[in-house]
Design a protein around this ligand. Structure first.
Ligand code: ARG
Length: 582
């Protein structure tokens, strides 16, 4: 569906042309004086310079050409502004078209295009911690947004499953249980099916091993073990399989609880087979060059304002690094999925890494010239005091524990307020807690840092997830009392509150497109906050179910029904959902 601004701009341009002026002056914008009008056109002011006459003269002539039926107000005001308020009939028709169109008439701007969304940042054998919250939440929202706007989306977790943590675990395990067959190079039987450790043991083994990195002997052994694992040493591969088998279900469990889902669970290990051919090719074509014993791709450009070091492909000790894996992963993605775009969501401290990798990928032709590469570098989530988030004993807080804290807090409220029956407490609590957590995060611009404030995020009033849910639940209960409402047509606005709500609804698809273009789910949050505000204002100022005129009542119900559907669609994109009662 055409956007409302485009429709009235087209009409305005036609009016300029009909009045004898260049149509290009007819651009309409949302009013910056909502007290005076809803939309405005300032084109007469610029046109006056070209036509050497008073702007008001042009504005008057243009207004005379506009179809008065489209507007409640259309006037030329000094020195030459054109102020507009849409007519009720115009809005009614527009919203009726939205109501009956698939997905409220949003244009599928991504149709026929594939976007890989690489987000989450999980590493095998290390529990998810609070640093993993933002990339998971922002990535999931962006993926759903792309999908809603027509893209074929592939969410890929790009697991860290191939790094030094594996070598550290192997060496630590060997020190504890040297008798296990995994460490015997001459062992030729079958390795045990049962893993040599449980999840909780693994969760202890890794940090213990990691703390020994400062011991040069231990560290050297871990590096060798990592190298041998990557070369395919069977005993180490068997341990790796055990680690994966234990760690993956645990990652699934935590991501499920966040309603974050991946289409692909590929990892760095899956990119490994692509490395040798890629490196050889880059070397042959002279794109990768020797530098201090390492193999690098120079990526600096003349226009650079700051120093962009070369992208290291192979270190002097022969090992591949993070950038190598990312490039090899691009090779795999291009081969298997030929995406039009790859979107990465990580901490902004990785900005330089992605700048280097993207340049190397373009320069070497690993991706096509027209393949879009975008990195969203998010800011840090700090504690309520604005300082880095730490547990009481100074450690990093596990993501699970953060989710549990929020859930416990919300559950107390749900129980105290006697919101739902006992058997619904858990599911209602989970939905509200997830909304609090996700909206609290997503309402901030991704690149900015923010402070995590459990009580503020979980409040049922204010700019919060629970407030949005509350608004949806309130509408649902009115709709349920009314009865079948789904097919009621839109009516013209019966009061100013209805009109404000209708105007807010029309901003749905421009908001989504804007959010996609700027990778800013926060724009969707701001939008639903405004929309919920309009709904609540309308609700307080209007007798909806008490209205005696049946056709007026039906119009009200149809309007709040559409508002509810739009709010629910938006929160689905953001990655949470509303309970039945609250
Ligand atoms: N596992 C990485 C980390 O912990 C993040 C991976 C992000 N994705 C990527 N393609 N590099 O930092």
């Amino acid at each position: 569906m055409e956007k409302i601004l485009d429709i009235i701009t087209a009409k305005m341009q036609q009016a300029f042309a009909d009045a004898g002026y260049d149509a290009a002056f007819g651009r309409v914008t949302v009013s910056n004086r909502p007290d005076l009008c809803e939309y405005q056109c300032n084109g007469a002011l610029s046109a006056a310079k070209q036509y050497k006459c008073a702007p008001i003269q042009i504005a008057n002539a243009v207004v005379a050409q506009l179809d008065a039926a489209d507007y409640d107000l259309v006037e030329a005001v000094m020195p030459g502004f054109i102020n507009l308020k849409l007519s009720g009939a115009f809005l009614q028709n527009y919203l009726e078209a939205m109501r009956t169109a698939p997905d409220f008439g949003t244009e599928k701007i991504g149709a026929g295009r594939t976007c890989v969304v690489d987000y989450g940042g999980a590493n095998v054998a290390k529990p998810l911690h609070i640093g993993h919250l933002r990339p998971a939440i922002i990535g999931e929202a962006l993926k759903r947004l792309y999908n809603f706007l027509g893209y074929n989306t592939i969410g890929d977790i790009h697991l860290g499953d191939w790094g030094l943590q594996m070598g550290l675990i192997i060496v630590e395990l060997q020190e504890r249980h040297p008798e296990l067959p995994y460490f015997d190079p001459d062992f030729s039987g079958e390795y045990p099916k049962e893993p040599p450790f449980t999840l909780s043991e693994l969760e202890e083994i890794y940090p213990t091993a990691s703390s020994k990195k400062t011991d040069p002997v231990f560290a050297e052994k871990a590096h060798i073990a990592t190298y041998e694992l990557q070369q395919g040493r069977p005993g180490y591969r068997a341990i790796w399989n055990h680690i994966m088998g234990i760690s993956l279900p645990d990652l699934h469990r935590v991501y499920d609880s966040l309603d974050v889902h991946y289409e692909k669970w590929l990892g760095e290990s899956d990119a490994d087979p692509y490395i040798p051919a890629m490196v050889a090719d880059l070397k042959n074509r002279g794109l990768a060059v020797e530098s201090n014993g390492a193999l690098v791709i120079p990526v600096a450009e003349e226009t650079d304002k700051k120093d962009i070091p070369p992208c290291i492909l192979v270190k002097s000790d022969g090992s591949a690094i993070y950038a190598t894996t990312d490039l090899a992963t691009m090779v795999q993605r291009m081969q298997d999925w030929a995406p039009d775009k790859m979107l990465y969501i990580t901490d902004k401290r990785q900005n330089l890494h992605f700048e280097q990798v993207f340049r190397a990928a373009k320069k070497s032709g690993i991706v096509n010239a027209e393949t879009e590469l975008e990195h969203v570098g998010h800011g840090t989530m700090n504690g309520a005091d604005g300082k880095p988030f730490k547990t009481r004993d100074g450690g990093v807080l596990r993501l699970e524990h953060l989710i549990k804290d929020m859930t416990d807090f919300v559950r107390t409220k749900v129980v105290e307020n006697k919101i739902v029956s006992d058997d619904e407490v858990e599911s209602t609590t989970a939905k509200i807690a997830l909304a609090a957590l996700k909206y609290g995060d997503l309402s901030n611009q991704p690149t900015k840092d923010y402070n995590f404030d459990l009580e503020r995020f979980a409040a049922f009033e204010g700019n919060t997830g629970p407030y949005i849910l509350y608004t949806i639940v309130r509408i649902k209960s009115i709709l349920a009392k009314y009865g079948a409402w789904e097919n009621l047509p839109m009516a013209a606005p019966a009061n100013p509150y209805a009109k404000d709500l209708m105007l807010a609804i029309t901003k749905f698809s421009p908001t989504l497109e804007n959010a996609l273009r700027t990778s800013s789910p926060n724009l969707i949050c701001a939008y639903i906050y405004e929309l919920a505000g309009c709904v609540n204002k309308f609700y307080h100022e209007t007798r909806i179910l008490g209205e005696e005129n049946e056709s007026l009542k039906a119009g009200y119900v149809s309007l709040i029904g559409l508002a509810k559907n739009i709010l629910e669609t938006c929160i689905h994109i953001l990655g949470f959902s509303a309970p039945e009662k609250m």
